[in-house]
Design a protein around this ligand. Structure first.
Ligand SMILES: C[S@@+](CC[C@H](N)C(=O)[O-])C[C@H]1O[C@@H](n2cnc3c(N)ncnc32)[C@H](O)[C@@H]1O
Length: 405
């Protein structure tokens, strides 16, 4: 154990540290939480200082914390072997694995690194540029200059796009698709994220996909379809429609599955995406995803007006919501918790994760639902929804209309 810690310490001090992964959580470990699965550590530069970014991966969410070298060593010392039994340290010259047996016996194995290895110290970095900004559509969409350089005022959007592609790709890799993957992007707006995903999945991953962007604003739909046509992108289109009246227009698809509570054996949509679709448009998108039997539903909710208004109308103020800013945050959490619960009700294993750091957008929560065959305690879920609504004087969450369909 000390041997491993010494190697970690020298890699942190001499700058050869590349990354560290902690795995195999100890059975019954409650520290820092029972559902902590992994911790990933990587170097980053923050305000010109070298720091170490810790990603704590819990069952249904990620949490990031940054520490300096000294704190990093302290935190690792607390986590191994108390919480994790395995640690893999990657340095510029050596890969070192620490395995701790149930009886507490530590084994350290190391292997010299033959290849030239690089450190990646970019904060919120994007590995190898997931998006090729030389593609002509990026200029046409207004993200880049004619030469493919991201313009100064689109830097934030570009970061968001890359992060989004990275997340969706990671999530899609864990889902089994057969044949062509049908994707609908609800409230697609100016199309940045729709193009990014289309480009990544077709050009980088070589997937066979059919992509539809759904947008209510006709001017945007016309403009984007022109760009798609000029760029000769196949199986890609924007359709003018409100989300709730959207019908899958792909040739291969017929009608929505009549009863949304049916399993998805004959699902017609593989992936439903809705990023920052306003207020209850996110709920309409979730309903479409469930109705069409999507294997994956990914939403980044936008404003949460409906529940906030209900909470205010009820006059039920508690010790938290009497503070205006917490009322706002509570409304956000309740809105999205009930969304997650309803997804679970319909058989979606749902994760809530951070989309991108708060500095880029305050709307940074991503709900990811993966269709699963695991049995669901629907009664318990309905009870939890009712409990939340009662506590905050909410009459109805908009998404509950799915129960009436
Ligand atoms: C904030 S933008 C997000 C655009 C894009 N998804 C993104 O994240 O960059 C929301 C878009 O959803 C569209 N929208 C809002 N409500 C809609 C609805 N009910 N049906 C279809 N589109 C809708 C708006 O016109 C707008 O273009």
């Amino acid at each position: 154990m000390q041997n491993f810690i010494n190697k970690l310490q020298s890699s942190l001090n001499d700058g050869s540290f590349v990354k560290l992964t902690l795995s195999k959580p100890k059975a019954n470990s409650q520290q820092p939480a029972a559902d902590l699965r992994n911790v990933y550590v990587k170097p980053i530069i923050l305000k010109n200082e070298k720091m170490f970014s810790f990603t704590y991966r819990y069952e249904r969410r990620d949490e990031t914390k940054n520490y300096d070298a000294e704190q990093t060593l302290e935190v690792i010392n607390q986590l191994v072997p108390n919480v994790f039994l395995n640690a893999s340290l990657f340095t510029l010259t050596e890969d070192i694995t620490l395995l701790i047996s149930k009886k507490g016996k530590a084994t350290v194995m190391s292997k010299a690194v033959k290849e030239q290895r690089e450190q990646n110290v970019q904060h919120d970095k994007v590995k190898n540029r997931l998006i090729n900004t030389d593609n002509p559509w990026w200029f046409k969409l207004g993200l880049t200059t004619r030469e493919g350089k991201v313009t100064a005022d689109m830097q934030h959007k570009f970061k968001q796009i890359c992060k989004y592609v990275e997340i969706v790709d990671g999530v899609m890799k864990n889902v089994k698709f057969d044949g062509k993957i049908r994707i609908a992007d609800m409230g697609a707006g100016k199309g940045y994220l729709t193009f990014a995903l289309y480009e990544y999945l077709t050009q980088r991953c070589k997937y066979d996909i059919e992509m539809e962007g759904v947008e209510i604003r006709p001017d945007l739909v016309v403009k984007i379809n022109e760009i798609i046509k000029e760029s000769n992108l196949k199986d890609f289109r924007f359709v003018e429609s409100s989300i709730d009246s959207y019908q899958l227009s792909a040739v291969s698809c017929q009608q929505p599955i009549a009863n949304s509570q049916q399993p998805t054996a004959n699902s017609q949509l593989d992936v439903l995406i809705a990023l920052h679709a306003c207020n209850t448009a996110t709920d309409d998108a979730i309903i479409k995803g469930i109705e069409y039997g999507a294997k994956l539903i990914i939403c980044a909710p936008c404003c949460h007006k409906q529940i906030r208004q209900e909470m205010e109308k009820s006059g039920k103020i508690d010790v938290i919501t009497r503070y205006g800013i917490f009322m706002e945050r509570q409304a956000v959490m309740i809105t999205d918790t009930i969304r997650a619960l309803i997804l679970e009700y319909f058989g979606y294993k749902t994760q809530v994760m951070e989309f991108i750091e708060m500095e880029h957008t305050p709307k940074n929560i991503l709900l990811v639902g993966r269709k699963s065959d695991a049995p669901v305690d629907k009664k318990a879920i309905l009870y939890q929804i009712e409990y939340l609504k009662n506590q905050y004087g909410i009459e109805k969450h908009y998404l509950e209309k799915i129960f009436l369909d």
